[in-house]
Design a protein around this ligand. Structure first.
Ligand code: PMP
Length: 444
């Protein structure tokens, strides 16, 4: 980077030139952060409003990714912005040893979203992975056991604890992973190793407890709908059956709602409710803050109480600005009926994707619930061989056609659509037509 460019923008100014943004990031970001680039060339975003984004040149996009599900109620939602602005001006941080009403209100409000008849308490963190680590520590402290079960194709975060629970090689680094985690096959009804059905996957949970653990568990962690795994929905009866087995072995039921929570799946506020289970620990992050960093562990009181003899301190945990955002998010979801919107608009989107599947042989599967949707691309519908090459082509096209989606799944063959919950019926036609043109262009 030239010295002139550096000195011209040295004092708080922002260089919005495309060349400047790219050069600075490429020069100063470490490889570990530089690596995560989805498209063939850099994509810059400058402004967001509702379900739309604009790049630095003023080009508009429909956001079907919600900045990786962080934007739940819409970019720059006025009520969230106002809550954040008011709190940041009054008191930007209040360390957890002091009392402040805003985090306590949010804890009360989150507890109220959990299944009735249980006593729920909340511990706030700054991110999802931190919350996962805390859930892991809590389960081990409470049960006195170490062994955990996790699912293949799961993603739980990048910290050492969360990485050890993550079942995708691309997210696990070359280091000795934390011990005491055994993986069971994900009950993927499209391409799981035991095919369709639930019982073979539950039998494997039994076998794994008997062979790959000491027989006494700390718990099992499940995403009710796997996100990075490529929108893999836990089939009816799986979570209930797996948790029953885990509890019989002394372990806790832990659900990761980081992607699937807050009404996104439409039918339920929490995706675990679809299987009628009551978890012991619920982990949440992303959409809770509408882009402001915030995570939380919500646990049954007697379980969280096992950690009462030693405090566990996250410097920015329970930050009042993040919690003010969280309170506004909960309010907006309720006031604007966003769970119901996710159900209706998600169903309309799914119908259009299924229609597309009729016409494009490369679409092997369309799946999802509410506004957590995916299409999986295959080279052959019978063998179900993943088609990452066509996926990459369609993906590049989506950008050209003004859509933001994500390429995910362990085989990079899934297009994941997880928009802000305010995506509207009026967006469905243009989105479906744009997708159609993407598939046409990529399969020509
Ligand atoms: N769990 C799930 C299901 C996630 O998708 C993620 C993040 N993609 C995490 C946990 C970790 O959250 P964070 O990146 O905020 O640490």
């Amino acid at each position: 980077m030239s010295d002139e460019r550096q000195s011209a923008f040295a004092d708080g100014d922002v260089d919005w030139s495309t060349a400047g943004i790219v050069a600075r990031r490429d020069t100063y970001f470490a490889a570990s952060q530089r690596k995560f680039v989805p498209y063939e060339t850099p994509q810059i975003f400058k402004t967001g409003s509702g379900q739309y984004l604009w790049d630095e040149t003023g080009r508009k996009y429909t956001d079907l990714l919600g900045m990786n599900l962080c934007i739940s109620v819409g970019h720059a939602h006025p009520e969230v912005v106002a809550a954040v602005q008011a709190q940041v001006a009054e008191l930007t941080h209040c360390t957890t040893m002091f009392y402040h009403p805003t985090p306590a209100h949010l804890a009360e409000e989150l507890a109220a979203t959990m299944p009735a008849g249980h006593d729920w308490v909340v511990h706030f963190t700054n991110s999802g992975a931190e919350a996962i680590d805390l859930a892991l520590v809590m389960a081990r402290e409470h049960t006195g056991n170490t062994d955990m079960l996790a699912l293949r194709t799961s993603y739980h975060g990048a910290t050492c604890g969360a990485q050890a629970l993550t079942g995708i090689a691309g997210f696990r680094h070359r280091m000795a992973q934390m011990t005491g985690v055994a993986f069971v096959p994900e009950p993927n009804q499209y391409r799981g190793i035991f095919g369709e059905g639930v019982q073979p996957y539950l039998d494997e949970v039994d076998r794994t407890i008997q062979t790959a653990t000491c027989g006494a568990l700390a718990g099992m962690i499940i995403e009710p709908v796997q996100g990075y795994g490529g929108i893999v929905i836990m089939p009816d009866g799986y979570m209930a059956g797996a948790f029953e087995r885990v509890r019989a072995a002394g372990g806790l039921a832990i659900v990761d709602e980081v992607q699937s929570g807050f009404g996104r799946t439409g039918d339920h506020y929490w995706a675990f409710e679809a299987d009628g289970v009551v978890p012991d620990i619920v982990v949440m992050a992303k959409g809770i803050g509408n882009g402001i960093p915030l995570g939380a562990v919500v646990a049954k009181r007697h379980i969280a109480e096992s950690m009462a003899d030693k405090f566990l301190f996250h410097t920015y945990g329970a930050n009042p600005v993040a919690c003010a955002a969280g309170r506004a998010v909960l309010r907006v979801i309720r006031k604007e009926g966003l769970q119901e919107n996710a159900r209706l608009v998600g169903a309309a989107l799914k119908a259009r994707l299924e229609d597309l599947q009729q016409r494009y042989e490369v679409i092997g599967d369309v799946r999802g619930r509410g506004l957590m949707m995916a299409v999986e691309l295959v080279k052959d519908r019978t063998t179900k061989e993943p088609d990452p090459e066509t996926t990459a082509k369609v993906f590049e096209e989506t950008r050209r056609k003004g859509l933001v989606v994500s390429k995910s799944g362990p085989n990079r063959s899934v297009l994941r659509m997880v928009p802000p919950l305010c995506l509207s019926m009026a967006d469905i036609d243009p989105v479906a037509e744009a997708l159609e043109r993407c598939f046409a262009a990529a399969t020509r």
